[in-house]
Design a protein. Structure first.
Length: 428
């Protein structure tokens, strides 16, 4: 036995002369994981009534409670439910998130937004836990979406623009597995053409869907074959019927019966195999190493963290923090200075405004004062002329009175004279 772990410099390969025991490491890992349990989160995106809930019930062979969504939602919402499942001795915490009201609005421009926001919110919650000083990641309920089942309506034509836009917005955030829903509604020859059409539309629009991994030898063949069958055409049903000596899930029509788990009838079994039995762990891993990593990188870069400085030298977290702090303090000072300048400027402006108003007031006061003085002068002149008139009148009056009295005096002496003359003439 030999140990070939590190091929780097300074590492030697040495033979072991007896059993040591670290070959049980994989078993230890398995035991630990089984004890801890697993979690898996599925997001079902698809128009109302396309069979999302039914397919989930069919996939996990159970009846998850859930009511049909209303068709009159003003916008798209996401509904999440978590269930504890157990198979053999393995515990699975399964979260199923479904879109509510997807495709029901007249204006579908923003329909993808709540979905993107939901996925990002789960990444953000995980990142915040990671960034905490006291982390409890082993106990943390990881709600990041591991698989997005995208339900395509069985139109037999092409993808709707809503589907293309939504998948394009989601492809860098989540593992998308496109499926043709209610595929019992489409004939065999139409289905082949429809699958080709969908694949070519996804390729020409640059939509990256999840590819089952072919790097692990044990699953490379089956995964390679299954990749060619995408998108899976599925049928969902929880109705069962005994066929032969086996209970089978079926959908019954007036003209016949379709068996959900019959591979010649639809791709349901292929989906279940690929999603649950073969690639569940890869979906979880891809979510962590690809999608979450991308989110984390963008978010940390947005926050100003870098691995290298502008000269491509390594940059530690501490240095980044200090650089960011200094940058922040500098900005704060700049802002303070700007505010001070603005304040001074405002004060100056207000001062000038007040001075202007004062000047205007003075001018108005002077104008009024002059007006008043003019008015006063006019009145004085008028008074003077009136006084003059009064004086002249008085003088004229006095002269008239004098004349009158003189006239009376003259009249009196004449009467006396005539009296004397009458006496003298002997009348008495
Ligand atoms: P909402 O939650 O309301 O958006 O609907 P949903 O997408 O969860 O659909 P649901 O599973 O409630 O199914 C809606 C109807 O479609 C039900 O009457 C189902 O029986 C039927 N249905 C589900 N799957 C299939 C299918 O594969 N083929 C056909 N023909 N009908 C199906
Ligand atoms: Mg539903």
């Amino acid at each position: 036995k030999c140990f070939k772990s590190f091929q780097g410099e300074g590492c030697r390969t040495v033979p072991l002369s007896g059993h040591v025991g670290f070959d049980s490491l994989p078993d230890q890992l398995v035991n630990k994981s089984v004890n801890h349990g697993f979690c898996f989160n599925i997001l079902c995106v698809g128009e109302t009534g396309l069979g999302k809930s039914t397919l989930m019930d069919t996939l996990f062979n159970t009846k998850f409670e859930g009511e049909p969504a209303s068709h009159s939602q003003p916008g798209v919402q996401l509904k999440s439910s978590t269930y504890d499942l157990q198979e053999s001795n393995v515990n699975l915490k399964l979260t199923i998130v479904g879109t509510v009201g997807f495709g029901d609005q007249i204006n579908k421009e923003d329909s993808y937004k709540p979905i993107v926001e939901f996925i990002d919110a789960q990444f953000e919650a995980y990142l915040q836990e990671e960034l905490k000083i006291k982390r409890v990641l082993h106990n943390f309920h990881d709600s990041r979406i591991h698989a997005c089942l995208y339900f395509i309506a069985p139109t037999g034509h092409s993808l709707k623009s809503l589907d293309l836009v939504t998948m394009k917005k989601l492809d860098s955030k989540v593992n998308i597995i496109p499926i043709i829903a209610k595929s019992d509604a489409i004939s065999k020859s139409e289905l082949t053409k429809f699958k080709i059409k969908i694949t070519s539309e996804l390729v020409s629009n640059g939509v990256q869907i999840y590819q089952f991994p072919t790097d692990d030898e044990s699953v490379a063949e089956i995964n390679g074959t299954m990749n060619a069958h995408l998108p899976f055409a599925v049928i969902g049903s929880t109705e069962e019927q005994k066929i032969g000596n086996k209970m089978m899930k079926i959908r019954q029509y007036p003209w016949g019966t379709v068996q959900v788990e019959n591979e010649t009838h639809c791709d349901f079994v292929k989906l279940r195999e690929m999603l649950i039995r073969v690639n569940m762990e890869d979906l979880r891993e891809q979510t962590h190493t690809r999608h979450y990593e991308l989110y984390r990188r963008c978010k940390l870069e947005e926050m100003g963290f870098k691995d290298t400085d502008p000269d491509s030298k390594p940059f530690s977290l501490q240095e980044t923090y200090e650089a960011k702090r200094n940058e922040f303090l500098g900005e704060l000072q700049k802002k303070e200075e700007e505010m001070r300048q603005m304040f001074v400027q405002r004060v100056k402006e207000k001062e000038a405004e007040l001075k202007e108003a004062e000047k205007e007031l003075h001018e108005k006061f002077d104008r009024l004062k002059k007006l008043h003085q003019d008015e006063k002068k006019k009145l004085e002149d008028k008074k003077k002329s009136l006084d003059d008139e009064v004086n002249a009148f008085k003088q004229r009056k006095m002269a008239a009175e004098l004349l009158q009295s003189q006239a009376q005096q003259a009249g009196g002496s004449q009467t006396l004279k005539r009296e004397k003359e009458r006496k003298n003439s002997g009348f008495l």
